[in-house]
Design a protein around this ligand. Structure first.
Ligand code: SER
Length: 866
């Protein structure tokens, strides 16, 4: 029997033999602003289908990691729902069409997978006679097991607009035990669990327009997708994907970690399957650079991760366990996705940090729910309102199901409807605000401008000065002017590098360029007019500020060096999470799970400076993505196969895809100095650094501080450390001596207090107030007096602002007076409270001016008690 790993391999080998090029799985983060995550094998190829880009190969095959979360609540409940799954696919970009797609799928399913022909069913789109004919004539498929289905079932589109087409699906019949009867057909009601779709062949030949109409695509294409998990289940004779060898070891691992046996209790199996599925999604999302957060992909990750942790709790697991699942996921998936191994430690750390955080939330949440329940009960109520259940969820991230569970235990009602109504209300609000954002984001001016003139010709890589024709001038914000030219040497802000600054002049006009933004390839210059008036159609001289460009380039090239040095020192899990480069400094955000040690920071800084000292050359070349990968460029999010990319290489040290401006030799950086390293989110660190003159100035500043210190401690720079060490040592000794002296004085003062002892009813009593004694000093005095006098009562107080009291009573007298009571009486007068043991007690009060009054009162009390 084929294993899941073998099926994946066999599929690729099969289509390679049919002249397909095998592409590696693209990132889960698609290079497509309309999609949050890669949801199908065809996602990376959308531009080829639409004819926006020339496909580098006419035939391609992949196993593509994918994530779908539209049915999250069902994952674990059913036999076949997943968040993370793998899609096997073969694609034709204007090459072969229906016949080959159908015949090859048949060949693979029956000859390679060896599925029982008699159990297979096929569906085709209502009007697709051609597909049906191919199935019958080319595959000898029995007509009675071909079913025609409509748009809901047999039309496939990645979204409301874009490429789409009719499809034909292959199904396996599990038999009447799973629904229907002997005569049931594919598509009959109640047979969803019986006929299992394993392969979808989409004949992508249409483009759905905004108005809903269909236009033919420039070429006819094929997009097929077979879910590896379900195919494996069918091959291995399992009615449940989780019981295949692709997933079952994870179910067992989840069971081991949570001390739960699979197959004994339906609800427990549900939780084990949730953990199994989600541990894969979490591992792969983090591996592709996602970090838990409250928006976008980060939020998807957070929800999945938290759902898994919650199911661990439902299984009674209170320890952290999810991060331990990562080891098993990586062990199982490493063969197909070797980069997992490189990032193993990083993935585990990120999961662990979020798991810890959520566990705390859960603990706090449980307390909060209990408090709310108490409150409701004490007010005579019986129900937690939707307001409260929603607030617990929204503000504290506490899952509704847990609120419900605790309420059930405590006999308090909750209403899911009310909770969901609140949720809907909030979604409405979010939708409304999103619409506003969209409206603002849409720049119809740029759209129209682009249609009329196309993109700006950017010449800033080659030159800093250029004459260009002004195509558009309009008013910007705050009295500034927006100008667009046919050509520009000004770099528009992108890839973390800020825009060039400079001057525009000509025809009596002069203006200062303060910003340049790029949209759809159009460079808009924000200009402060110095004099004159510019006119559309005329030519102007555009000059970039050379010093600023050079300083920025130094910082940008240094950022590449820093990136590489971090990967060498900390590990290859380090990935860029954000960057900002300008003429003054560079800021680099990257994935790493803990603060860097000072040794690590020093190592990174050293490595960068060593490279600078080697005066390595920087080369910039345009090449195909494939070539760039061969040269060792790091795979970035949403790699575009076959695209021409700009590759920036620092000798053999660093290679990155980058559109920024760089220096030609890193010696020009001069010096690289890290200013700070800090955390900005869970698992994301930030380094700020300076180069060149900026670094020199930082070093000067440090030198000045050092000189200042040396002067203050009356030493010179060479000996300042020794001098400060000596001073610290002397200080330490002095402090010790002061302590000893203080103790002596206290003792001495206590001694002199002997004489202050008076007698009340034949008992020795010492009552004394001070201004500057600490509570500890008072205690020492009380002890020493008790020792010296043998039998006595001591009442001491001190304070200028706040009052402290200490009272001691020797053991023989505690039958008559108790130190705790006396001190309490005194403290209350001084605006405080306190108490303690019968033989010794201390207390404080807010108001030291009441000290005398307080001790006088105690004296009166003693007169009555002794
Ligand atoms: N795009 C189709 C699907 O996702 C076939 O690959 O089902």
């Amino acid at each position: 029997m084929l294993t899941g790993n073998q099926i994946r391999k066999e599929f690729i080998e099969f289509f390679k033999k049919k002249n397909h090029k095998h592409f590696e799985s693209a990132s889960l983060i698609p290079d497509d602003p309309t999609l949050l995550l890669t949801v199908a094998g065809m996602v990376p190829f959308k531009p080829y289908f639409l004819g926006q880009k020339e496909a580098p190969y006419p035939r391609v095959t992949t196993y593509q990691k994918s994530i779908r979360t539209n049915d999250l609540e069902n994952v674990g409940r059913t036999a076949r729902h997943h968040t993370f799954f793998e899609m096997l696919g073969n694609f034709s970009f204007g090459d072969y069409f229906k016949e080959e797609a159908i015949v090859w799928s048949w060949e693979f399913v029956t000859e390679v997978l060896g599925l029982d022909k008699d159990k297979l069913w096929v569906s085709v789109f209502t009007t697709d006679d051609e597909a049906e004919k191919i199935w019958i004539e080319k595959c000898n498929f029995p007509k009675e097991r071909i079913v025609r289905l409509g748009e809901d079932e047999n039309w496939w589109a990645a979204g409301p607009t874009g490429s789409c087409g009719p499809c034909s699906e292959i199904h396996v019949d599990l038999g009447p035990a799973y629904g229907g009867d002997e005569n049931s057909k594919l598509g009959d009601e109640g047979t969803d669990n019986r006929f299992i779709e394993i392969w979808n062949l989409v004949f992508t030949e249409w483009n759905r327009m905004e108005d809903g109409s269909l236009e033919p695509l420039p070429k006819k294409n094929i997009d097929t997708g077979a879910g590896l998990e379900r195919v494996t289940a069918m091959v291995q004779g399992k009615s449940n994907n989780f019981e295949t060898d692709l997933l079952f070891p994870l179910v067992e691992e989840a069971g081991r970690l949570t001390d739960t046996k699979y197959g004994e209790d339906k609800e427990k199996d549900f939780s084990l399957k949730v953990i199994t599925d989600h541990s894969r999604a979490v591992t792969f999302l983090i591996n592709d650079g996602v970090i838990p957060s409250n928006e976008g992909r980060g939020y998807v990750l957070r929800r999945i991760l938290r759902r898994a942790v919650r199911h661990g709790r439902l299984l009674g697991e209170s320890e952290l366990f999810l991060y331990k699942m990562v080891d098993k996921v990586v062990e199982m998936m490493n063969e197909a996705y070797p980069d997992l191994n490189d990032n193993l430690e990083h993935i585990k750390k990120v999961v662990k940090i979020e798991e810890e955080k959520f566990s705390r939330t859960l603990d706090q949440g449980i307390q909060l729910v209990n408090q709310e329940i108490e409150k409701v009960k004490s007010e005579g109520g019986k129900k937690l309102s939707g307001d409260i259940t929603f607030r617990l969820y929204d503000t504290y991230g506490f899952p509704y199901e847990l609120t419900e569970e605790i309420c059930e235990e405590k006999g308090v009602e909750v209403s899911r409807e009310e909770f969901e109504a609140k949720m809907e209300e909030q979604k409405e609000k979010a939708r409304a605000s999103r619409e506003v954002v969209m409206e603002k984001g849409q720049d119809s001016f740029i759209e129209e401008f682009y249609d009329k003139y196309g993109a700006t010709n950017f010449v800033g890589y080659e030159t800093l000065k250029e004459t260009a024709k002004l195509l558009s001038i309009r008013e910007g914000k705050d009295g500034k002017t927006l100008m667009i030219f046919d050509t520009t040497p000004f770099y528009g802000e992108s890839g973390g590098q800020i825009a060039d600054t400079g001057v525009i002049s000509g025809n009596g006009f002069e203006g200062k360029v303060v910003d340049v933004q790029k949209q759809k390839g159009i460079f808009t210059h924000t200009v402060e007019v110095i004099k004159g008036e510019a006119k559309e159609g005329e030519e102007y001289l555009l000059e970039v500020d050379e010093m600023n460009r050079l300083a920025t380039a130094k910082n940008h090239t240094a950022t590449h060096l820093l990136h590489k040095a971090l990967r060498e020192v900390l590990g290859t899990h380090v990935q860029q999470a954000g960057s900002l480069v300008n003429g003054q400094r560079l800021r680099f955000d990257f994935n790493h799970y803990e603060a860097m040690t000072s040794e690590e920071i020093e190592k990174v800084e050293n490595l960068v400076n060593e490279k600078i000292a080697e005066s390595l050359c920087v080369t910039v070349r345009n090449m195909s993505m494939d070539e760039a990968k061969k040269e060792g460029a790091m795979a970035l999010f949403g790699d575009k196969y076959g695209d021409i990319v700009r590759v920036v290489k620092v000798d053999d040290f660093s290679i990155e895809l980058c559109g920024g401006t760089h220096i030609d030799n890193i010696a020009k950086i001069g010096l690289f100095k890290i200013e700070s390293e800090s955390g900005i989110a869970a698992g994301v660190r930030r380094i700020e650094a300076v180069t060149g003159l900026g670094a020199y100035e930082l070093v000067k500043k440090m030198e000045r501080t050092l000189k200042e210190i040396a002067k203050t401690v009356k030493s010179d720079e060479a000996n300042v450390v020794e001098r400060v060490e000596k001073m610290t040592e002397t200080l330490r000794e002095n402090s010790k001596e002061i302590e000893t002296l203080k103790a002596k004085i206290t003792n001495y003062e206590a001694g002199s207090l002997n004489d202050a002892a008076e007698e009340i009813n034949g008992v020795k009593v010492v009552i004394k107030t001070f201004k500057d004694k600490t509570a500890e000093e008072l205690r020492q005095m009380v002890d020493s007096l008790k020792d010296k006098l043998g039998s006595c009562v001591v009442v001491l107080a001190s304070g200028e602002d706040k009052a402290v009291f200490a009272v001691g009573v020797t053991k023989d007298l505690i039958g008559k007076v108790k130190a705790g009571n006396l001190v309490k009486e005194a403290a209350q007068i001084a605006g405080g409270n306190g108490g303690g043991r019968p033989d010794f007690a201390q207390a404080g009060g807010k108001d030291a001016s009441k000290i005398e009054e307080a001790v006088a009162k105690v004296k009166e009390t003693l007169k009555t008690l002794l």
